[in-house]
Design a protein around this ligand. Structure first.
Ligand code: ATP
Ligand code: MG
Length: 223
């Protein structure tokens, strides 16, 4: 077991009312699972992804990662866990526009204060692995959408996280590029035993799941 949620409740207060975005959500993810999170718009998928490693705080419930509770630890410790163990891929690629491909990919290593030479070595290896070694010095605007998404994935895996959290990583891409990204995620999942948790609206993408969480109005209704 790598990640477990127990009776997660996340309430948002809005205009005097309360929204149960996550309502008693419990689940267990095993190391190496490819988890797909599906459900209608507003069912709590993004909230779940953001809440698991403390980007938003729970109202109640527990989260256990790698054998330790992480719902009750300090922001500083959570930041350390995110930097070391979690890779995020978000729908808007969130590449820094004035940094080149390789500079964008090196960001997580720079945050860990790894030597520049080592950063360049590891980023070059990973760009080679995802087929972008001939685009290292391009700026994001000089890349296609699928290439930008691959850079974002390279950045999310370069620090060798234990788990990748992806919110609709193929949301803006055409079917061919989507498949390319999905196959790539499957490859790093299988070859490197990186656990993946992926929110998606696409039935094709959901087909990649080895474990499926389906949300409706903040509740898990199938897995
Ligand atoms: N900051 C917030 N304040 C108040 N309500 C919020 C906030 N963020 C989300 N919500 C509400 O919580 C519910 C769950 O939102 P969430 O973003 O998790 O849905 P989702 O399943 O990711 O939807 P989509 O598929 O459209 O991305 C929605 O009803 C949303 O309106
Ligand atoms: Mg969402």
């Amino acid at each position: 077991m790598i990640l477990q949620g127990k009776k997660i409740l996340k309430q948002y207060r809005h205009n005097g009312g309360v929204i149960n975005a996550l309502d008693q959500v419990s689940f267990t993810v095993q190391k190496g699972d490819f988890v797909t999170v599906t459900g209608p718009s507003g069912s709590g998928k993004s909230t779940l992804l953001l809440a698991l490693f403390g980007l938003i705080r729970l109202t109640s419930g527990n989260i256990i990662f790698d054998g330790k509770r992480i719902d009750n630890i300090s922001d500083r410790k959570l930041t350390d866990i995110r930097k070391k163990s979690v890779g995020y891929i978000l729908q808007s690629f969130a590449l820094i526009p004035y940094l080149t491909t390789i500079q964008n990919v090196m960001i997580p290593l720079a945050l860990e204060k790894i030597l520049h030479k080592e950063q360049v070595k590891r980023a070059s290896e990973i760009l080679d692995y995802i087929g972008l070694s001939d685009r290292m010095d391009h700026l994001p605007r000089e890349l296609s959408a699928g290439q930008q998404q691959r850079v974002a994935i390279a950045r999310s895996i370069i620090h060798r996280p234990q788990i990748i959290m992806a919110d609709e990583p193929t949301g803006n891409l055409d079917p061919t590029l989507s498949l390319e990204i999905l196959e790539f995620l499957k490859k790093i999942n299988q070859e490197n035993k990186i656990t993946i948790m992926m929110v998606t609206h696409s039935p094709v993408a959901a087909g990649y799941g080895t474990m499926k969480l389906h949300l409706n109005e903040g509740k898990i209704i199938g897995s």
